[in-house]
Ligand binder design. Sequence first.
Ligand code: AMP
Length: 496
Amino acid sequence: MIFRDKTIICSGCGKSFIFSSFDQKFFHSQGFHSEPKRCLECREKHSRDTNQASAKPPINEQVSPQAIESHAEHVAGFESFGLTPNVLAGVRLSGYTIPTQIQSKAIPYVLAGNDVIGLAQTGTGKTAAFVLPMLNRLESHRQGNVRGLVISPTRELAEQTNEAIASLGRRTGIRAISLYGGVGMFQQMRSLRDGVDIVVACPGRLLDHVWQGSVDLSSVEMLVIDEADRMFDMGFLPDIQNILRCLPQKKQTLLFSATMPDDVRKLVQTYLQNPVTVQIGQAAPASSVAQSFYPVKQHLKSALLLDLLRQIKTDSVVVFTRTKYRAERLTEQLKESGFKVASLQGNLAQSRRQSAIDSFRRGKVKILVATDIASRGIDVLRISHVINYDMPDTTDAYTHRIGRTGRIDQTGEAFTFICPEDAGMVHDIERLLGKKVERRMLQGFNYDVEAPKAVKVRRPIANDRIEQRSAAKGVSDKRAPYRRAARQVSPQTRQS
Ligand code: AMP
């Protein structure tokens, strides 16, 4: 869709105002299809009046299509939340003009001191939905001890949240630190000793610091458990429970999650006090992402990927594999075929992961081959395509993977390679979407190439030695011809 600046006459004050192409794109990506009838000032005034009329927003709000339409009409700027001037300055400097749905809905509850459950996927602006109220609360009486704690499932997400705090809080003087494994503890300890207001941490490293006595969590007033469903998938439940035991009883707790599996529900029942639930649509892939399935045999996936990358017009692409080994191998294959590519998977040291993300963000490499663990932290706006080289294990992982594209005001495409053994997941994804996903064949691609014959390989090096020993002893070696045949198999065939 093409967006051009429009001039509209405000139905409130009668003056004309510009509905910019950027704002149109943003409105469109948020599901609003009508244009605002009032200018920003009148919308803000309207929203202030409405807020005053109903002092507290309704509890457990679910968003209906009608509510979305009228929300478009009521979208007020960040000014209507009553944030401090320094926090508002950070919002402006970060380039945010209109709050996203999750921000509009969650921020008033959080500022009012409620425990909140935010059911929203990544890419909806959920980070600012908790960062802004946290900055607002902590700025009022800074003390230099840890009063805000954000727990993140991955290093990348922790780093991204820390960056959001630095950007939005640049005028507040609030100090934040991210704590995760894979980098030395000493530097982190020194920063903690210097005094920080907010800690953003992965569970394991946070507990290391608690046990070392290098972090004191007894003053935490506000806790955020981010991407809780992911945290449980990764087996962090015992760690979370240990962390919760170190925190004061009296605090405000916010929990953000794309889905609400039983484990998360139990945690909520145990640790959150009368929480308000704010839900933004279904935990389904954003409508700004066009999805298609490419049926293909397992052994042809790499060839199909290479042809696809040569044929289609892409900007930045993320390719997902199931395992670290497959990510490494595919990265090598793509490099050998002349593509600029980096890999992002758990085997890499933190510094190499960061440099892979940085090169990708700056456009130095156009293709990133990643595993699921890495996927949540990739916050790059220009990702035009997500390619699922391997089918993910859950529909939730599918949603998160393809959510790397089509972010905020962009559109994107997601291709998933499907093999006969993926039938169960194909069914689950289509049920989640409530429609069939288009099947596509790549023109000119030879789908009939047979799989190479599997040859049993019997540890050639050990076998060489057996043969040499038999020859030395003058003993007949009946299996020697088979060993020789195995040695003639090329190293490439052996790998696959
Ligand atoms: P998140 O869902 O928090 O990961 O945010 C996704 C992206 O949206 C990030 O790049 C944010 O900087 C950006 N973002 C968040 N809120 C807004 C907003 N109100 N206006 C424009 N961009 C935003």
